[in-house]
Design a protein around this ligand. Structure first.
Ligand code: GTR
Length: 386
């Protein structure tokens, strides 16, 4: 048996031999919940009443999302070795870009190419980590360096290619995990953080993550899973990201699980056209980020990514943020135009980061907290505990 076949068999076994949880039975046997499920309702039916209850509920929410949607990822590898390849000044000397290869995982079998651009200024620097398919794609690099931000991009396909047929390096290195492609890419942020935290230049309290579209889904999941992330910023992430399965427009659960079966555990596809049976919606992912900062950037013309549904799960998550006393740490920005991550999105995110990291109030604060849509009546039938 070759390595690929062996890894495939082990990862299928991991999926099917996992102990059954409360949501693993027949879909039809699960309760129908046409509105957004109550994040404060524990698996046993009791309602969260205290911070201790919420800590337990967060663990339940994590397990719901990993078992029903993304698959379980290993812990961050911890020991990450960097091979320094090149260093060069960028943006007229405002910063220096390092290109590196990280080596980590069991027997250092995994590698990840990154670019790290540090400003010329007083360390430690806040950092924005971005997962992508190419390096050097930060459109506001100069402005960001001027404001004192470091940027770190990584090539997510080094971990797992975006291919339904491929058993990529991460799946081979950790065959006992049922993590699917979005979970692997999300974990990539944690690998990068393991490395960045070894550098005196990086401020450990001010780490942000971002990605666009499928990369935005991965960045949001990273923020939900890794509490070291202080600001989670998905861009145009839509279905399976900052969007909503039950409400809105654009890509459906059936469409995404048919076209991208490798992104999610096979279980998710069973909910196609039966979204009311989902024990979660995407506000659960956002609620896990709370009370750490969360900012989503969207475009009105990007219907496929569900602009109104994104606002709805945002509103639902905001109930959790407010209950935790962090209502001013969850922002939402819409711009005109289409599916992309443009300078306008980056500038809004920099303003939001300045606000939550340094308390710097931007000139036009309201643009960071937009709610342009009328939410459907009764979509959020629950409120925060008293
Ligand atoms: C689309 C997919 C979206 C989004 C997008 C992208 O084809 O349906 O969920 O991920 O690709 O990543 O650009």
């Amino acid at each position: 048996m070759d390595t690929y076949t062996g890894a495939l068999i082990l990862s299928l076994a991991a999926t099917f031999l996992a102990p059954a949880g409360p949501y693993d039975g027949e879909i039809e046997a699960l309760p129908s919940i046409p509105e957004l499920p109550d994040p404060f309702r524990m698996d046993d039916g009791a309602r969260v009443a205290s911070p201790d209850d919420w800590a337990r509920r967060r663990e339940e929410i994590r397990e719901i999302l990993l078992s029903q949607e993304y698959g379980h990822m290993p812990p961050p590898p911890g020991a990450v070795r960097a091979e320094d390849e090149t260093r060069q000044p960028v943006a007229d000397g405002l910063g220096v870009e390092r290109r590196l290869t990280l080596r980590f995982g069991p027997d250092e079998r995994l590698s990840l190419r990154i670019s790290l651009t540090l400003p010329d200024g007083d360390e430690p620097f806040p950092v924005i980590i971005k997962n992508d398919v190419a390096l050097g794609a930060v459109p506001i690099l100069e402005e960001g360096l001027r404001r004192g931000y470091a940027f770190c991009e990584f090539l997510r396909a080094d971990l797992q290619p975006d291919d339904a047929q491929a058993v990529g390096p991460a799946w081979q290195a950790y065959p006992e995990h049922d993590w699917r492609t979005l979970a692997v890419w999300a974990w990539g942020h944690s690998v990068v953080i393991d490395y960045l935290l070894t550098l005196p230049e990086i401020d450990p309290q001010r780490i942000a993550v971002t990605g666009h579209s499928r990369g935005g889904k991965a960045a949001l999941l990273a923020g939900a899973m890794d509490d070291r992330i202080a600001l989670t910023w998905p861009n145009g992430s839509g279905c399976g990201g900052a969007g909503c399965y039950r409400f809105g427009v654009g890509e459906t659960l059936r469409a995404i699980t048919t076209n991208f079966p490798h992104w999610f555990v096979p279980r998710l596809a069973e909910y196609a056209d039966r979204e009311d049976r989902l024990p979660f919606d995407q506000h659960f992912v956002k609620a896990l980020v709370a009370p750490r900062a969360l900012f989503a950037t969207e475009a009105f013309g990007d219907e496929w990514a569900n602009p109104p549904g994104t606002q709805l799960t945002h509103e639902a998550a905001r109930v959790v943020y407010e209950w935790l006393g962090a209502g001013d740490r969850v922002g939402l920005h819409y711009r005109e135009g289409q599916h992309d991550q443009l300078a306008e999105d980056w500038l809004a995110a920099l303003d939001f980061a300045d606000l939550v990291f340094f308390g710097a109030d931007p000139a036009d604060r309201d643009r960071l907290f937009q709610r342009p849509f009328d939410p459907p009546d009764g979509a959020i039938p629950w409120a925060a505990p008293q």
